[in-house]
Design a protein around this ligand. Structure first.
Ligand code: 13P
Length: 342
């Protein structure tokens, strides 16, 4: 295992107030986002959309790495330049989603297990050869009546740890993503309980599978009330609950924490990350960064709408969100940023 290379990659993924751009939606997920906006659901439309993203001028100022999906990893710009080369030339590290998605967990109604371990060693080797330097695996943990169960948390944590060890063997930094979902009506307190239990179990399994923590990035949810919970805590309360939860569960050796956005509005995701950095940054052992998909892409996708002529305006919107989140890493994001075309 090339320990130094893994540590260097992990560090550069969260360096200089930058963060990750998740653009690894599977074809069905990408298609369903296109369908909602009336955009054609074709290989060419997905390619054109991803070309708009990776050619955004100055994106490398705020984005350290981009998570791709298998189809995108193999695609090119219209002029034939591979997307991987476009990213590397922009100073952005290419990464790859390697899980095969979540499926129903047997004997656990309403719960999911993420698949994709079979043949993973060979796939990781191939992705490294194609230029990827990090990977992502997402486990989903729902909260509801009687869930999450121990069985669901254990099975997903075990799979995450097996994946992470294989990544490090292949020279890829694993992004370890145990996502406690914000769907439903549960309270922030229930999200905190589930997140704490999931993170404790994940780190126990990472330790058992001999994963080097200095060479991983944790991609967690924020500790939040569910979308339909009547009580919605303030930005500061969310920041405190999230950081206190991590202080109890995430070892100091971990290279960095890069949040998923999970269905929060782009503005709220930036504001909550900002509050965490204002209140805690100087006292934390790890960087608090971002690895957003929807909270960076959604405004740009709406503007682009499948139309070539809208590419410059969509790229401006994408860069704006990337800059807002980079400012949030410094604790310098605020409503004023949303009123100007930064
Ligand atoms: P969201 O930021 O839209 O939650 O997506 C992050 C991600 O990569 C989910 O796996």
């Amino acid at each position: 295992m090339n320990t130094q290379m893994l540590m260097d990659t992990a560090r550069s993924m969260v360096a200089a107030d930058k963060g990750l751009l998740a653009m690894d939606e599977s074809n069905p997920t990408c298609n369903s986002r296109f369908a909602k906006l009336g955009i054609a659901q074709t290989v060419e439309a997905r390619r054109a959309y991803r070309e708009m993203i990776v050619t955004t001028p100055d994106l490398g100022e705020c984005i350290s790495g981009a998570i791709l999906y298998d189809e995108t990893m193999r695609q090119q710009k219209k002029d034939g330049t591979p997307f991987v080369k476009v990213l590397i030339d922009a100073g952005i590290i290419p990464g790859i989603k390697v899980d095969a998605g979540a499926t129903d967990l047997a004997a656990h109604p309403g719960e999911k297990i993420t698949e994709g371990l079979d043949g993973l060693r060979e796939r990781l080797k191939a992705y490294f050869a194609m230029g990827a330097r990090f990977a992502k695996w997402r486990a989903v943990i729902g909260v509801g009546a009687g869930i999450p169960s121990r069985g669901c948390i254990d099975a997903n944590a075990h799979a995450l740890a097996r994946y992470a060890a294989l990544c490090q063997e292949a020279g890829l930094v694993p992004i370890v993503e145990p996502e406690v979902l914000m769907d439903g009506e549960h309270t922030l307190a229930r999200c905190r309980e589930a997140t704490e239990e999931a993170l404790r179990t994940v780190f126990e399994q990472l330790c058992l599978q001999r994963v080097m923590l200095e060479g991983i990035i944790l991609k967690p949810n924020m500790v939040l009330p569910a979308l339909n919970c009547p009580r919605q805590e303030t930005v500061e309360e969310v920041a405190d609950a999230t950081v206190h939860c991590f202080l109890r569960t995430v070892p100091a050796a971990v290279a960095g924490i890069a949040f998923l956005s999970g269905g929060q509005s782009p503005e709220l995701a930036s504001a909550r990350l900002n509050a965490m950095n204002i209140r805690f940054k100087s006292r934390l052992p790890w960087a608090l960064a971002f690895s957003f998909s929807r909270a960076i892409q959604q405004p740009a996708l709406k503007i682009w709408h499948g139309e070539e002529a809208k590419v410059p305006a969509a790229q401006q919107a994408l860069l704006h969100r990337a800059r807002c989140n980079s400012a949030a890493r410094r604790g310098e994001y605020g409503p004023a940023m949303e009123m100007t075309d930064v």
